[in-house]
Design a binder for this molecule. Sequence first.
Ligand SMILES: NC(=O)c1ccc[n+]([C@@H]2O[C@H](COP(=O)([O-])OP(=O)(O)OC[C@H]3O[C@@H](n4cnc5c(N)ncnc54)[C@H](O)[C@@H]3O)[C@@H](O)[C@H]2O)c1
Length: 138
Amino acid sequence: MNQYLSEYKGKSILITGGAGCIGSSLTKALIKAEVAKIIILDDLSAAERWNIPTATNVVFIQGSVLDEEVLKRAFSDRLDFVFHLAAHFANQNSVDNPETDLMVNGLGILKVLQYSHLSGVGKFVFAVFLLTAFSRPY
Ligand SMILES: NC(=O)c1ccc[n+]([C@@H]2O[C@H](COP(=O)([O-])OP(=O)(O)OC[C@H]3O[C@@H](n4cnc5c(N)ncnc54)[C@H](O)[C@@H]3O)[C@@H](O)[C@H]2O)c1
């Protein structure tokens, strides 16, 4: 096992957006790293359930990072790592749906950070793709 993956052996990990492109690949890698448990939280707004890797230590919670009840369930276990990958992702999608974009990408990360802080998560990792466009307001 490579030295980076060995850090995760025996750990409990939450992946928001775990059904998506990066999250599902990450899940596959973590299964090989012999983690204790992976909780995937995804509302399936941009992914299909079949994309979630299956293993006895993978638990799927369908719901939004904006939903307090869903977050309480996801954080009810002691977690060592949180990977926050839930996102409203796709540039034109963001332009067409700016309020959803702000809620999921803005309020979403704030809520997941707050829960991570309150439940004493060891490490929080997130990915961001920042596009700054200079154009006439529509
Ligand atoms: N794919 C890339 O090349 C790339 C590069 C750099 C950064 N990133 C960033 O990494 C993150 C993940 O990218 P990806 O390619 O896996 O995107 P993706 O669209 O494949 O995955 C995002 C996941 O988030 C889920 N989701 C959306 N709204 C949600 C909500 N409210 N609650 C719970 N789940 C929700 C979707 O259903 C989807 O499964 C994004 O922030 C993206 O900007 C991606």
